[in-house]
Write a protein of this length. Structure first.
Length: 154
Protein backbone atom coordinates (compact mmCIF):
# COMPACT_ATOMS: atom_id res chain seq x y z
CA UNK A 1 0.00 0.00 0.00
CA UNK A 2 2.85 2.39 0.79
CA UNK A 3 4.25 1.90 -2.71
CA UNK A 4 0.86 2.71 -4.25
CA UNK A 5 0.54 5.86 -2.12
CA UNK A 6 4.03 6.93 -3.22
CA UNK A 7 3.17 6.33 -6.88
CA UNK A 8 -0.07 8.27 -6.43
CA UNK A 9 1.90 11.24 -5.04
CA UNK A 10 4.82 11.13 -7.45
CA UNK A 11 3.13 10.36 -10.76
CA UNK A 12 0.34 11.98 -12.73
CA UNK A 13 -0.56 8.64 -14.32
CA UNK A 14 -3.94 7.26 -13.26
CA UNK A 15 -5.69 4.01 -14.08
CA UNK A 16 -9.08 5.61 -14.77
CA UNK A 17 -9.78 8.69 -16.85
CA UNK A 18 -10.97 11.96 -15.29
CA UNK A 19 -14.35 11.47 -17.03
CA UNK A 20 -14.77 8.07 -15.37
CA UNK A 21 -13.77 9.34 -11.92
CA UNK A 22 -16.14 12.29 -12.34
CA UNK A 23 -19.00 9.93 -13.26
CA UNK A 24 -18.27 7.70 -10.25
CA UNK A 25 -18.22 10.76 -7.97
CA UNK A 26 -21.49 11.94 -9.50
CA UNK A 27 -23.09 8.76 -8.14
CA UNK A 28 -21.55 9.22 -4.71
CA UNK A 29 -18.32 7.23 -4.96
CA UNK A 30 -15.40 8.51 -2.92
CA UNK A 31 -11.93 7.76 -4.25
CA UNK A 32 -9.44 6.74 -1.57
CA UNK A 33 -6.46 5.83 -3.75
CA UNK A 34 -5.90 6.45 -7.45
CA UNK A 35 -2.55 5.49 -8.93
CA UNK A 36 -1.38 4.20 -12.29
CA UNK A 37 -2.49 0.60 -11.66
CA UNK A 38 -5.12 0.82 -8.91
CA UNK A 39 -8.22 2.85 -8.09
CA UNK A 40 -9.80 2.14 -4.71
CA UNK A 41 -13.08 3.83 -3.88
CA UNK A 42 -16.10 3.43 -1.64
CA UNK A 43 -19.74 3.56 -2.56
CA UNK A 44 -22.80 2.82 -0.42
CA UNK A 45 -20.78 1.10 2.27
CA UNK A 46 -18.81 -1.11 -0.12
CA UNK A 47 -15.10 -0.85 -0.76
CA UNK A 48 -14.39 -1.23 -4.48
CA UNK A 49 -11.02 -1.81 -6.12
CA UNK A 50 -10.11 -1.66 -9.81
CA UNK A 51 -6.66 -3.11 -10.40
CA UNK A 52 -4.67 -3.35 -13.61
CA UNK A 53 -3.23 -6.85 -14.03
CA UNK A 54 -1.27 -7.02 -17.28
CA UNK A 55 -3.89 -5.69 -19.74
CA UNK A 56 -7.05 -6.56 -17.77
CA UNK A 57 -8.77 -4.33 -15.23
CA UNK A 58 -9.83 -6.66 -12.40
CA UNK A 59 -12.67 -5.34 -10.23
CA UNK A 60 -13.50 -6.30 -6.65
CA UNK A 61 -16.66 -5.03 -4.95
CA UNK A 62 -15.65 -5.41 -1.32
CA UNK A 63 -17.32 -8.79 -0.97
CA UNK A 64 -14.03 -10.66 -1.15
CA UNK A 65 -12.60 -12.95 -3.75
CA UNK A 66 -13.21 -13.73 -6.59
CA UNK A 67 -13.49 -10.48 -8.50
CA UNK A 68 -16.86 -9.58 -10.00
CA UNK A 69 -15.32 -8.58 -13.29
CA UNK A 70 -12.20 -8.53 -15.42
CA UNK A 71 -12.34 -6.35 -18.51
CA UNK A 72 -10.12 -5.19 -21.34
CA UNK A 73 -9.54 -2.50 -22.62
CA UNK A 74 -9.54 0.05 -19.81
CA UNK A 75 -12.26 2.06 -21.57
CA UNK A 76 -14.61 -0.96 -21.36
CA UNK A 77 -13.82 -1.30 -17.66
CA UNK A 78 -14.60 2.39 -17.15
CA UNK A 79 -17.96 2.11 -18.88
CA UNK A 80 -18.81 -0.98 -16.85
CA UNK A 81 -17.74 0.58 -13.53
CA UNK A 82 -19.90 3.64 -14.15
CA UNK A 83 -22.77 1.33 -15.06
CA UNK A 84 -22.30 -0.76 -11.91
CA UNK A 85 -22.13 2.26 -9.58
CA UNK A 86 -25.01 3.94 -11.41
CA UNK A 87 -27.08 0.76 -11.04
CA UNK A 88 -26.32 0.63 -7.32
CA UNK A 89 -27.37 4.27 -6.97
CA UNK A 90 -30.64 3.61 -8.80
CA UNK A 91 -31.36 0.64 -6.52
CA UNK A 92 -30.69 2.77 -3.42
CA UNK A 93 -33.30 5.23 -4.71
CA UNK A 94 -35.91 2.52 -5.16
CA UNK A 95 -35.58 2.36 -8.94
CA UNK A 96 -34.80 -0.66 -11.10
CA UNK A 97 -31.03 -1.18 -11.30
CA UNK A 98 -31.03 -0.32 -14.99
CA UNK A 99 -33.35 1.83 -17.06
CA UNK A 100 -35.18 0.33 -20.03
CA UNK A 101 -32.75 0.36 -22.92
CA UNK A 102 -32.40 -0.62 -26.53
CA UNK A 103 -29.83 -3.37 -26.85
CA UNK A 104 -26.78 -2.57 -28.91
CA UNK A 105 -24.37 -5.08 -30.39
CA UNK A 106 -22.28 -6.73 -27.71
CA UNK A 107 -19.57 -9.36 -27.86
CA UNK A 108 -20.96 -12.87 -27.57
CA UNK A 109 -21.00 -14.08 -23.97
CA UNK A 110 -20.90 -17.69 -22.85
CA UNK A 111 -21.68 -18.89 -19.35
CA UNK A 112 -19.39 -21.39 -17.64
CA UNK A 113 -20.56 -22.22 -14.12
CA UNK A 114 -21.12 -18.88 -12.37
CA UNK A 115 -19.04 -16.73 -14.76
CA UNK A 116 -19.64 -15.25 -18.20
CA UNK A 117 -16.85 -14.95 -20.75
CA UNK A 118 -16.68 -12.99 -23.99
CA UNK A 119 -16.02 -14.92 -27.17
CA UNK A 120 -14.57 -13.92 -30.50
CA UNK A 121 -14.21 -10.18 -29.92
CA UNK A 122 -10.93 -8.64 -30.99
CA UNK A 123 -11.68 -5.40 -29.15
CA UNK A 124 -13.33 -6.28 -25.82
CA UNK A 125 -12.58 -9.14 -23.44
CA UNK A 126 -14.64 -9.74 -20.30
CA UNK A 127 -14.98 -12.27 -17.51
CA UNK A 128 -18.01 -11.37 -15.37
CA UNK A 129 -19.85 -12.73 -12.37
CA UNK A 130 -23.39 -13.89 -13.10
CA UNK A 131 -26.33 -11.52 -12.61
CA UNK A 132 -26.12 -7.73 -12.52
CA UNK A 133 -22.52 -7.53 -13.78
CA UNK A 134 -23.60 -9.21 -17.04
CA UNK A 135 -26.72 -7.07 -17.39
CA UNK A 136 -24.68 -3.91 -16.83
CA UNK A 137 -22.19 -5.02 -19.48
CA UNK A 138 -25.02 -5.50 -21.96
CA UNK A 139 -26.38 -2.06 -21.04
CA UNK A 140 -23.08 -0.14 -21.35
CA UNK A 141 -21.77 -1.86 -24.48
CA UNK A 142 -21.67 0.55 -27.39
CA UNK A 143 -22.37 3.56 -25.18
CA UNK A 144 -20.05 6.40 -24.22
CA UNK A 145 -19.66 7.54 -20.62
CA UNK A 146 -21.92 10.59 -21.24
CA UNK A 147 -24.56 8.32 -22.80
CA UNK A 148 -24.38 5.94 -19.84
CA UNK A 149 -24.74 8.80 -17.36
CA UNK A 150 -27.67 10.29 -19.28
CA UNK A 151 -29.47 6.94 -19.44
CA UNK A 152 -28.91 6.12 -15.76
CA UNK A 153 -29.95 9.60 -14.70
CA UNK A 154 -29.33 11.34 -11.41
Amino acid sequence: MADLRRRERESDKRLLSPACVDALAHYGARVDLHADAVCDFSHAGKEWSAQLHDTMVVVYDGQGVPPIGSLRPISAAEQWLVGMIGAATRTERGLPALPAFDARPVPELRRQRDKWFSLGSATVTVNLADGLPVEVFRFVSGRSLPEIRAAIGQ
